[in-house]
Structure formats: structure tokens, C-alpha cells
Write a protein that binds this ligand. Structure first.
Ligand code: PEP
Length: 251
């Protein structure tokens, strides 16, 4: 059975004191996390404090991006080696905001996924279609091509340990959500793409999240679907109370 993973993507929100306050309030909650993993993907500046604040708790910490090289003259960037050294365990790769505003490509996503594994980080790889692509019935072909490119050259073991986040771009931060059935259909098609490339055992192990305006009111229905194994959540992960509700839905 696949364990649900609920990951908060804080984007460029919160001050350090707000981030620490959130972590200390969240870790004090009595939550049954037997069947759910809780991940906070925070701005790079807060990662060290959050790792320290959450040590020994049910909360894991993730970065929102990384550079594919181990080190070098890449001003302003953060490497997988540096994230691992801080005690970070997850990293979001290829978020649509990075693809749109920072020229992230399928090729750089693939390089980053490989670098993540070299540094013992679990990649959360984002894929998803634009509104135009959805309207012209290209969703499954776009998402399948993004998935294939992202996983190219990874070992079966690495793919099993990858998390794919299906995030339709038109649903991110807009309040519009894919219906649970539509989201599940696309998640299933991602699993079929992985089945074609890596076989049954890998496809049934890999976890596929849905992301795009997930909130306490809609998460239960999404998670009840067979091929949805959790959620990547922006807005509703910023308040402790709503993040707790999301985790409870996954439990
Ligand atoms: C996201 O940031 O990946 C996201 C899905 O945001 P929101 O939940 O706010 O739509």
C-alpha cells in the first residue's frame, strides 16, 4: 500500500519567525501519521531552522528547488549537496512557476532529479498542462511526455522513490480544482506511462500527488481516488489549522 504524502509548498511566503512558529505549533499536534507523511517545502533561507525545529517529529522538510550541479560558480543557487548537509529530505523539482518564470525545462528537471538522488533527497517532480493544452485535449500527452523526460535514465529503485505531483497549471492558486475524477484519470495515465517505461512493480510503488487549489473542503474526495496518493498544496498549507486538516484527511 502506498503511503499518502501531503506536502506544503510555502512558495515565497512567511518570515523566519512565522516559519518557526508554524513548525513549533504543528509538531505539538497529536496526529496519527501512520498512513501519511507530512512535508513542508519552505524558502531555502528557513530550511536549517526548520530542520532543527522539527527534528524527531513527524514533519519532514523539503526545498522548493535545487541546482543540478554539486557546486560551482552559480551565484544565488543552492545545490543538492548543500540541502543534504542541512538535513533536508525532499525537494520540489519543475514546479510550473519555475518552468514559467525561471526557464526550467524537461531537461533541467531530469538533471535535477538525478542530482536529488545523488544527494539522498526525494524529488517531488511537478508535471501539468496549461488551460490551452487542456482545452485542446492534450493533457495526457503533455503530462506523459513531461513524466518520461523527467525520469529518463533513473533506475527502477529511484523511480519507485520518486513522487510525481500532477498540477494542472490552471488550477494552481486560482481556486479552480480539477474534479476528483479528472485528477484521478490524469494520475492514472501518469502511472501507465511509468508502467510502460519501468514495469508493474515500479508503477504500483510510485506515489502520485494532485496539486491545484487543494483545501480542507476538497481533499477527502481527491484522496479517496485510487491513483491519487497525496497532495502538493500551496495556499492551504500556510496556516497550521488548515494544514492539520489536510494531514488528517490523509491519515
Ligand atoms: C502549488 O503551489 O503547488 C499549489 C498547488 O498551490 P495552490 O494549492 O495554492 O493552488
Amino acid at each position: 500500500m502506498r503511503k499518502q504524502v501531503i506536502a506544503g509548498n510555502w512558495k515565497m511566503y512567511k518570515t523566519l519567525s512565522e516559519a518557526k512558529q508554524f513548525a513549533s505549533e504543528l509538531k505539538a499536534k497529536q496526529l496519527d501519521t501512520t498512513n501519511v507523511e507530512a512535508v513542508i517545502c519552505a524558502p531555502a533561507l528557513f530550511l536549517e531552522s526548520l530542520v532543527n525545529e522539527t527534528k524527531g517529529s513527524f514533519i519532514s522538510i523539503g526545498a522548493q528547488n535545487m541546482h543540478e550541479e554539486k557546486e560551482g560558480a552559480f551565484t544565488g543557487e543552492v545545490s543538492g549537496q548543500q540541502l543534504q548537509d542541512l538535513g533536508v529530505s525532499y525537494v520540489v523539482i519543475g514546479h510550473s512557476e519555475r518552468r514559467q518564470y525561471f526557464n526550467e525545462t524537461d531537461e533541467s528537471v531530469n538533471k535535477k532529479a538525478k542530482a536529488a538522488f545523488e544527494n539522498n533527497l526525494t524529488p517531488i517532480i511537478c508535471v501539468g498542462e496549461s488551460l490551452e493544452q487542456r482545452e485542446s485535449n492534450e493533457t495526457e500527452s503533455i503530462v506523459s511526455a513531461q513524466t518520461t523526460a523527467a525520469l529518463e535514465g533513473l533506475s527502477e529503485e529511484q523511480v519507485k522513490n520518486t513522487i510525481i505531483a500532477y498540477e494542472p497549471i490552471w488550477a494552481i492558486g486560482t481556486g479552480k480544482t480539477a474534479t476528483a475524477d479528472d485528477a484521478n484519470d490524469v494520475c492514472r495515465s501518469i502511472r501507465e506511462t511509468i508502467l510502460d517505461g519501468f514495469g508493474e512493480e515500479v508503477a504500483s510503488a510510485v506515489r502520485i500527488q494532485y496539486g491545484g487549489s487543494v483545501k480542507p473542503e476538497n481533499i477527502e474526495e481527491l484522496l479517496s481516488k485510487e491513483d491519487i496518493d497525496g497532495a502538493l498544496v500551496g495556499g492551504a498549507s500556510l496556516q497550521v489549522d488548515s494544514f492539520v486538516k489536510l494531514l488528517e484527511a490523509g491519515a
